[in-house]
Design a binder for this molecule. Structure first.
Ligand code: LRH
Ligand code: MN
Length: 431
């Protein structure tokens, strides 16, 4: 049995922090009560919030320039689950994991499911990978996969996606995320319409392989690895394709896949209105697809996105259930610390958006009182809900002070002994 942090250690780590938490919680409670907000109801809501961790985020990420692996890197999907399980143990906000195939492919899915069950972890959407050639792969994805000019290459890519569905079914997943880097680097390289026609033809075959209770998530991205045209470059193209494919096809929004200053919260509002929002790959960025920790660069944008999601939840009720997943690359931090911190920043945006006085906001919007409408929204964002997030974690059995609890547990040092670095460690599989 590999080392796991004991729940007793977590509870003893909380002991000296409970009193301060309770007084901060009570102080915030009376402040919110003045505005008719019940902190207990909000804390229950926070305890119910969940975001999936990306298996590929458990290892140290890198860039095309270099990757600097840390100690105790996970070497396979079982060790990635141990790390994702530890993230959930301390954060109590990440009960599912999103796997990536073939990086996480195993011969015995039952054994992997049992290992996940031992951590009380489930599986969110699975991800296919036709942006890398696998060792001694018959056909190359150099000039694309699902949109490649060659039918043989497209068939290989379609078959891989159908295999991902089969693996996902064995693990209890209910969705397949399809992101393809297909595109061109120079004007004239591709017939733009032809490429999209081939994409739709391939997706139709994948769509037909979906079980009735499954969905396919189309993930758009403005550029990279292609640098002139990307076949599914924006939400409009993704939306049109999802419309063409049918009800089980929806659009996944990766926050880093847009041009700088794109109004992503408005894209979310549109996809919600037209019933085509699949969910999210949460991360943050300053320039390109930087895959930085969620809420670390532009927390106001994350809040505005959740403002649209809470509005949708009120309009559509419990049937509104988009998939929340992190998709990050941890190049200079301990991935476990980044995943815990990021999950809580996404939860923070959810709780702050739940604080918006929507009746007051609607009244100011109806009367075009622009200043008061904007201030009403910002007041929720400017409310420090940390005591609610900490109390939610504490009441769910997690760590009040996650990072120090994790560091003082010696988990990473234990893993350094258990997981001697092997030169071709899988790392995060991205670089
Ligand atoms: C593409 C992407 C996609 C994943 C990959 C790991 O940039 O966001 O979601 O398959 O990162
Ligand atoms: Mn993504």
């Amino acid at each position: 049995m590999t080392f796991r942090i004991s729940d007793d250690f977590v509870q003893s780590h909380n002991q000296s922090r409970v009193a301060d938490l309770q007084s901060d919680f009570d102080a915030l409670g009376s402040k919110l009560a003045r505005n008719g907000v019940d902190i207990e109801a909000l804390t229950l809501r926070a305890q119910g919030f969940a975001v999936a961790t990306p298996s590929w985020g458990a290892g140290t990420g890198g860039t095309r320039f270099a990757r600097f692996p840390g100690v105790g890197e996970p070497r396979n999907v079982f060790e990635k689950l141990d790390d994702c399980g530890t993230v959930n143990q301390l954060s109590q906000a990440t009960p599912t994991v999103s796997l990536h195939f073939p990086w996480d492919k195993v011969s015995d899915a039952k054994e992997l499911k049992q290992h996940a069950d031992s951590w009380k972890l489930g599986f969110d959407a699975v991800n296919s990978n036709t942006f890398q050639n696998q060792p001694n792969q018959a056909e190359s994805y150099k000039f694309g996969s699902l949109t490649n000019q060659s039918a043989a290459v497209r068939d290989l890519a379609v078959a891989h996606n159908i295999e991902c569905i089969e693996l996902g079914k064995a693990l209890g997943s209910k969705a397949l995320t399809v992101w393809v880097g297909d595109g061109g680097n120079f004007p004239g390289q591709l017939n733009l319409r032809g490429a999209l026609e081939r994409y739709l033809d391939s997706l139709k075959q994948i769509y037909q392989a979906l079980p009735d209770d499954w969905q396919v998530f189309l993930e758009h991205k403005l550029f990279e690895p292609a640098f002139y045209t990307t076949v599914i470059a924006d939400w409009g193209t993704s939306f049109a394709c999802a419309q063409q494919l049918g009800d089980k096809a929806k659009c996944l929004v990766d926050l880093g896949h847009h041009a700088p200053n794109t109004n992503i919260e408005m894209i979310v509002a549109r996809l919600v209105q037209f019933g085509k929002l699949a969910g999210f790959h949460f991360n943050d960025s300053k320039y390109g697809d930087d895959d930085l920790d969620s809420g670390s660069i532009n927390p106001f944008q994350l809040f505005l996105i959740f403002n649209e999601l809470v509005d949708a939840e009120i309009r559509e009720g419990s049937s509104f259930n988009p998939a929340y997943m992190l998709d990050q690359s941890h190049n200079v931090t301990d991935p476990i610390e980044s995943l815990m911190g990021s999950a809580i920043e996404v939860q923070r945006a959810f709780v702050q958006a739940s604080l918006v006085d929507r009746d007051q906001l609607a009244a100011y919007q109806a009367s075009n009182d622009v200043m008061m409408a904007a201030r009403t929204l910002r007041r929720a964002f400017q409310t420090d809900v940390t005591p609610i997030l900490d109390m939610a974690r504490f009441r769910s059995g997690g760590a009040i002070d996650m990072i120090n609890c994790y560091r003082e547990s010696g988990y990473r040092q234990q893993k350094a002994e258990e997981r001697p670095a092997s030169k071709n460690a899988s790392g995060s599989g991205i670089v």
